[in-house]
Design a protein around this ligand. Structure first.
Ligand code: SF4
Length: 489
């Protein structure tokens, strides 16, 4: 039997399914692990082709290596696909070599680190024993790749978005082709996913991820999306999306959703169209969802529709309190747009999860403090602070190189602990201290505490979840992030 094991390996929890952000979950403020849709799509495609598939999110299940070894020996897959992130790839490779020490099979890695890789960069990783690396969109690659490696059909050179070593030489195919007809994909194989692992943060109820579109026309210099998914947005049709929502609701009894798009509101008319489809359906009032947005893509009408359709939270990338930094990072928005977006969301009664980023190589301490002061004035309901992380291939990497702020390899690092010295003017440890001071100030503000208390009074079941995030925040504030890296991953 041609069995395929698709896995998130044991270890720290990272958003492995999100090549763009690859967020370190436990060291974030209130991010929860999202569903492993990348594996779910791959499983559905492989199953349609007649492969025997086992899908496992060992990191979120908190399974150890011994448990995984027993499953591998029982299932005996011909191929194991491991979803990796920049932050975990070094540990993931150690883990993959560990598998090969007791079991012979083909190991394939999937992750943003393998998008059109330069040989000199891949040399930083020990890829011995790895059969192939997927850097393009796995959903469109896994089928032909399995057919080639397991059934001998076609050859690797014809499959876009992959690389591999042959006689010590790195071979790679075309990384510029993006599959247009995204409605062709089957829905993720949720019968193989443990849907109870992925939760709405404030209630702990199961939350499914529904892919809305692929790609982003913007070019924020720190972001991997334009490179990984292209600058042309490829949308699923509203009916195709709605059918998947119905399947989740009626078949899997999931009522909460994360509508995943690089920017959900990038096309207002489509976003309104999906809201209307929900509003005029029997599911209206029975489901809730969260979306993300840029500050320049909202309108009062869209905010009102989102609220009516059941949106419980909008995540917004405000990023900076400096117009100059917003210009330099290619955000195509300014601080006035941020204030305007906040006003629209507030008026519609939509809670806001604000994302900010500090530590750009040109920033002084005054710039960083200015962003924190801006965040305090904007007052989103929840907040996340990232430190600028120069991933290979991004404009930020080039800017950091120019100002000589990069420290070593990008592998093993993330937005919580980047591979930089800090900025040209502020060291990383100082940025970390400023960040912690801000987080303490934000979360101890009486208005914030009052709002949480009011929510818990009206829905007591939320209390446990808020306490969990409060403890996690305190642990992260006490923990020393600066100077961390691959050794701790
Ligand atoms: S708006 Fe910027 S940060 Fe958001 S997905 Fe597009 S390029 Fe990335």
């Amino acid at each position: 039997m041609n069995g395929v094991l698709l896995m998130y390996p044991p270890g720290k929890m990272y958003q492995r399914g999100e090549d763009r952000a690859q967020c370190n979950v436990e060291e974030s403020v209130s991010v929860e692990m999202r569903a492993c849709n990348d594996l779910g799509y791959a499983a559905a495609i492989l199953r349609e082709k007649g492969y025997d598939v086992l899908l496992r999110d060992y990191q979120t299940e908190k399974k150890d290596a011994e448990y995984v070894k027993n499953e591998i020996l029982a299932f005996r897959p011909k191929m194991i696909v491991i979803s990796v992130t920049y932050g975990t790839v070094v540990k993931d490779l150690e883990y993959a070599r560990g598998i090969l020490s007791f079991y012979e099979c083909l190991i394939v890695l999937k992750g943003a680190a393998f998008f059109d890789p330069e040989p000199k960069i891949l040399h930083e990783l020990d890829l011995e024993g790895i059969r192939c690396m997927i850097g393009g969109e796995m959903s469109f690659i896994i089928g032909p790749l399995a057919d080639c490696l397991l059934r001998g059909e076609g050859n690797l050179a014809q499959i876009p978005g992959i690389s591999w070593y042959e006689n010590g030489e790195l071979k790679k195919t075309d990384f510029c082709t993006f599959h247009e007809n995204v409605d062709e994909l089957p829905f993720p194989a949720r019968d193989l996913m443990n849907n109870t692992l992925y939760k709405r943060p404030d209630t702990g109820e199961p939350m499914a991820t529904i892919q809305i579109s692929y790609g982003c026309p913007s070019g924020c210099i720190y972001c991997l999306t334009p490179m990984l998914s292209g600058r042309k947005v490829r949308f699923r049709s509203i009916e195709n999306i709605f059918s998947e929502i119905e399947e989740c609701y009626y078949k899997y009894h999931i009522r909460h959703f994360f509508f995943k798009a690089d920017t959900f509101t990038i096309d207002r008319e489509r976003a309104i169209g999906l809201c209307d489809r929900i509003i005029h359906s029997p599911l209206c009032g029975k489901i809730s969802f969260t979306v993300n947005s840029r500050t320049d893509t909202l309108s009062p009408q869209l905010c009102a529709k989102l609220k009516k359709a059941g949106c419980f939270m909008v995540a917004v990338g405000f990023e900076s309190g400096s117009d100059e930094t917003l210009r330099r990072i290619g955000k195509h928005a300014d601080t006035e747009k941020s204030r305007e977006a906040m006003r629209m969301l507030r008026e519609a009664g939509l809670p806001v999860y604000g994302f900010f980023m500090v530590g750009f190589p040109w920033e002084t301490e005054a710039d960083i403090r200015n962003t924190f002061d801006f965040a305090l004035r904007l007052r989103p309901d929840y907040v996340e602070i990232h430190t600028a992380m120069p991933y290979y291939g991004t404009g930020l990497y080039t800017e950091c190189e120019k100002l000589n702020t990069i420290e070593g390899s990008s592998f093993g690092f993330d937005y919580i602990a980047p591979n930089t010295k800090g900025t040209a003017y502020v060291d990383l440890a100082r940025i970390e201290r400023l960040k912690k001071q801000f987080l303490l100030r934000f979360h101890s503000d009486p208005a914030f505490l009052r709002r949480i208390a009011v929510q818990c009074a009206s829905e007591p079941s939320k209390l446990g979840h808020y306490l969990y995030y409060g403890v996690r925040l305190l642990k992260n504030i006490v923990r020393n992030h600066s100077g961390k890296g691959r050794e701790s991953r």
